[in-house]
Ligand binder design. Structure first.
Ligand SMILES: [Zn+2]
Length: 249
């Protein structure tokens, strides 16, 4: 799923453009911070988002004297550039220097599309800073209800984390094993995993624990032989091409 990213030019006015006192410094960013508007009228449709953002920006400028404080907004599953990667956020005092702030335009839990958009935003910020960012809520920095109990519960469950993977459904006993995949570890040219379902993310720790537990590994020639024997047992018409379904990672 591709998340749409809206440039500031799509919503800001020339009279009240987003500006910031300090430039964004990716090298100092260590955390992503989730916010909410905390009440008030929210946009009723995607088409209403630009005007809503203009109102918030106007409100910031007139009541606080500076531009909207967040780096991005997420609304209806789309990302909107606010301060972006140009200006330091002003929403997480006293931790602005290390924070990339995302305003979730919501009043409760985030929708799956909003969560996906937020994860993409934090992943981008993480890539620019060349480190995984810790994703926290505004309330973790200072006493505030922000970003609301619904979104905060999702946050503590890891749903805003760029590395979040939806749980793999547990196979029901007796289900046919209709998807087989071969997993080849980087650095282990001849060693494969045989399995069904989605590929595992084989972290260094996981591979080390497999080794530690003597999880058997099989050389590719022996594996090909085994697959051909299995295929022949299932159906003489089935042919297996070694290397034909490798997933390299
Ligand atoms: Zn906040």
């Amino acid at each position: 799923m591709t998340v749409r990213y809206h440039d500031r030019s799509e919503w800001q006015t020339t009279a009240e453009p987003v500006n910031g006192g300090s430039l964004y410094t990716p090298q100092t960013i260590t955390q992503g911070v989730v916010h909410w508007p905390g009440g008030g009228r929210l946009p009723s449709s995607p088409a209403a988002v630009p005007a809503w953002l203009r109102d918030v920006q106007h409100d910031y400028l007139t009541s606080r004297g500076y531009s909207i404080g967040y780096n991005e907004a997420v609304c209806f599953g789309e990302r909107w550039e606010l301060r972006g990667f140009d200006f330091r956020c002003a929403a997480n005092s006293p931790q602005n220097l290390q924070s990339f702030a995302v305003l979730m335009v919501l009043a409760g839990p985030a929708s799956p599309a909003d969560l996906e958009a937020a994860r993409t935003a934090f992943a981008d910020a993480s890539a620019r800073s060349r480190r995984p960012l810790k994703v926290i809520g505004h309330r973790d920095i200072e006493p505030t209800a922000c970003p609301g109990d619904g979104a905060y519960a999702q946050l503590t469950a890891g749903l805003f984390d760029p590395m979040y993977q939806p749980p793999t459904p547990t196979p029901t006993p007796g289900d046919p094993m209709d998807t087989a995949r071969l997993i080849r570890f980087r650095g282990f040219i001849n060693v494969f995993l045989i399995g069904a379902g989605t590929p595992l993310h084989a972290t260094g720790e996981l591979v080390a624990s497999w080794r530690n537990d003597d999880v058997p590994a099989m050389l590719i020639d022996a594996h090909a032989e085994l697959m051909m024997q299995c295929a022949a047992a299932v159906s003489p018409a089935f042919t297996f091409t070694p290397g034909g379904s490798e997933t390299d990672f």
